[in-house]
Design a protein around this ligand. Structure first.
Ligand code: DP6
Length: 325
């Protein structure tokens, strides 16, 4: 009753920001992401008859508290699905992602956990079913089941049975690169979960944000099919700015940006002025991800590394979906 799975993180080009159901993790809008090969989690789950509770190791450290509770609550969902309510597991995860610094470690983390746990229990489920289960751990994680460009269909049903991710094009459709610009590896102050809730509950800009999504999605999906980089980049960058604008309208207001976040944004715009097509996007943290094409790799990396306050630049290509080791 043991299995190991590997999942990559993903970066949203059309953001998931806000839930219509907090407990089932049902989103207010469809979102779209690119799976990244540079950041991943490898998780081994071993169910053992003799355990009386779950045990969770992250990067070889025994985890307790809030992080442990999220894992064990998620395993409860899988146990109830498999009708094995009294069977506990030892979980060991290695995160190749700077945890909680806006690199969506929860996405690769819950995707790898869901895949390893369901495989360890020998559950015969489709990838679509796996995506639905994964969604219950962390919304963005349901997109990490697949490689390449992926859309999370929000679904309309109250029970969440039609809310799961689908692959739009495989990871060899198009070689788009993403440079993750690491500014600060410290834990963020407002988690994405708390931040999106506060925004939905209080920001007057929230409705406009949601209403703007369908058009962004239609346009970006066509541009991905056409491999129209300028168009994909423009839509993704504008979508990111709109999402972050909603946080400024929240009560109390907040932003994920640091001064260096803005320096990187400015430098990306300056690169475009110099004829290098590069575009940024930012999740619920200060770090910036920059999209570019392979022919500009040297210029983009060099430019980003020279910005004052940038600690590191990690390059990703389009990554693959779940694999079992
Ligand atoms: C800004 O998936 O971390 O990265 O469902 O509450 O676990 P929960 O939230 P999470 O939110 C991700 C928000 C985002 C945008 C995105 O990835 O689409």
């Amino acid at each position: 009753m043991k299995a190991t799975a590997k999942a990559h993180t993903n970066i949203a080009l059309i953001k998931y920001w806000g839930k219509r159901d907090e407990s089932l993790i049902l989103p207010m809008n469809n979102s779209l992401s690119l799976t990244l090969d540079g950041f991943y989690t490898t998780t081994t789950v071993t169910f053992k008859e003799k355990l009386s509770e779950d045990i969770f190791y992250l990067n070889d450290h025994l985890i307790t508290g809030e992080q442990y509770n999220r894992v064990t609550k998620f395993l409860d969902i899988i146990r109830s699905y498999a009708q094995r309510s009294n069977l506990y597991a030892e979980v060991s995860s290695i995160n190749h992602v700077p945890t909680a610094a806006g690199f969506a470690s929860s996405a690769s983390g819950f995707a790898a956990l869901a895949a390893a746990a369901t495989r360890a229990l020998n559950m015969q489920i489709s990838e679509q079913e796996l995506s639905k289960i994964t969604r219950r751990g962390s919304g963005s994680a349901c997109r990490s089941i697949y490689g390449g460009f992926v859309e999370w269909e929000q679904g309309m049903k109250d029970d969440g049975s039609d809310s799961y991710a689908v692959q739009l094009v495989s990871n060899d459709h198009w070689d788009v690169r993403v440079a993750a610009v690491v500014l600060s590896a410290t834990e963020k102050k407002v988690s994405s979960r708390e931040g999106m809730k506060r925004t939905v509950d209080t920001s007057p800009f929230y409705t406009s944000w949601v209403n703007s999504i369908p058009n962004d999605l239609t346009q970006i999906k066509q541009a991905i099919q056409d491999r129209d980089f300028e168009k994909v980049g423009q839509i993704a960058e504008a979508n990111c700015l709109k999402m972050h604008a909603t946080t400024l309208g929240a009560n109390p207001p907040f932003t994920y940006w640091h001064d260096t976040t803005m320096s990187v944004m400015q430098e990306v715009r300056a690169m475009r002025d110099r004829g290098v097509p590069a575009f940024f996007t930012i999740d619920a943290g200060p770090n910036v991800k920059v999209l570019y094409l392979p022919e500009h790799e040297t210029t983009v990396q060099k430019t980003l590394r020279e910005i004052h306050g940038v600690n590191d630049v990690i390059v990703s290509r389009s990554g693959q979906g779940i694999t079992y080791l």
